[in-house]
Design a protein around this ligand. Structure first.
Ligand SMILES: Cc1cc2nc3c(=O)[nH]c(=O)nc-3n(C[C@H](O)[C@H](O)[C@H](O)COP(=O)(O)OP(=O)(O)OC[C@H]3O[C@@H](n4cnc5c(N)ncnc54)[C@H](O)[C@@H]3O)c2cc1C
Ligand code: FES
Length: 259
């Protein structure tokens, strides 16, 4: 982990409250792994000392992008970042997703901006899989072209039915799971709101498959010092509090003790 001064290349509106922020940051792009995140200091934000965490959406040797949604003070201020701004960011942070097992079909489940680390995961994986993308409405459905251009199968669900199937993303996941042929093996990878993650974990337990969940917790330091981000994890029969920023954000679903 290092602190970088990253030059902004673009801050593009993509849909609804979502934007993609692209940086020129030599040295970081080629070491970051899918599921890891950066901790970013928002410029020109009065009284803000805390950084904000964002999953890496895309990266190559020089460039790195995040996909963010404006939800509050910090992310609203990020909308005013312009090309040429120099942003202080820390990374790569956390443990990412494990390497996809080539003998299994990777099945990704995304809610809202949770699709960002999953799109990055798909871009770094040779095996083609399925992605299930959910959101409240059409503007929450992101990165469909990214997955299609990689040759992945895409299924969509929105709560208001404005695009894809009406309902929760787990509904389209269930419809697909019941059609699986015997002998087909798969592994689940998910990122999104807690309710969705919990539901994906329950399916993994029922079907006796692995699920890797990326948790979204409020963070302070981002480097393991403040304990703002702890999650109860059961490992070898013992429940302990683990830091999402350090031991996570990705955990084996079978280890997560939901409140
Ligand atoms: C590991 C990790 C990866 C993330 N990746 C992304 C990403 O790729 N794209 C993206 O848009 N966001 C991502 N987030 C969430 C993002 O960090 C928060 O939305 C952001 O910090 C909110 O800052 P704010 O100042 O705008 O909001 P605030 O003014 O601090 O809060 C506004 C509202 O958002 C809620 N909120 C704040 N932080 C979080 C959080 N971590 N999770 C859920 N709700 C929160 C607050 O309770 C409040 O309701 C990630 C969070 C984590 C922990
Ligand atoms: S955010 Fe400080 S320990 Fe995780």
């Amino acid at each position: 982990m290092r602190i970088y001064k990253a030059r902004v290349l673009a801050n593009k509106h993509v849909s609804g409250d979502y934007r993609v922020l692209e940086f020129d940051v030599p040295g970081l792009g080629n070491i970051v792994r899918p599921g890891q995140f950066i901790h970013l200091r928002v410029p020109r934000l009065d009284g803000a000392v805390l950084r904000r965490p964002f999953s890496v959406y895309k990266s190559d040797r020089r460039k790195l992008s995040i996909l963010y949604k404006s939800v509050g003070k910090g992310t609203h201020a990020m909308k005013s970042i312009i090309k040429g701004d120099v942003i202080n960011l820390m990374g790569p942070l956390g443990n990412g997703f494990p390497v996809i097992n080539s003998g299994m079909i990777p099945v990704l489940v995304a809610g809202g901006y949770g699709v960002a680390p999953l799109a990055f995961l798909a871009s770094r994986t040779k095996t083609k899989g399925m992605v299930f993308i959910g959101g409240s409405t059409a503007s929450d459905i992101l990165c469909v072209k990214d997955f299609k251009s990689l040759g992945w199968g895409v299924r969509i669900a929105t709560e208001d039915g404005s695009v894809g199937r009406k309902g929760l993303v787990t509904k389209v996941l269930d419809e697909w799971l019941v059609k699986m042929e015997p002998g087909q093996t798969f592994e689940l990878f998910a990122c999104g709101p807690d309710g969705m993650l919990k539901a994906v974990g329950e399916r993994a337990t029922c079907l006796n498959v692995k699920a890797w969940l990326s948790l979204d917790k409020h963070m302070g330091c981002g480097v393991g010092a403040c304990l703002a981000c702890v999650q109860a994890i059961r490992r070898h029969g013992i429940v302990s509090l683990m830091r999402v920023c350090r031991e996570g954000p990705v955990f084996d679903a079978s280890e997560i003790v939901w409140e």
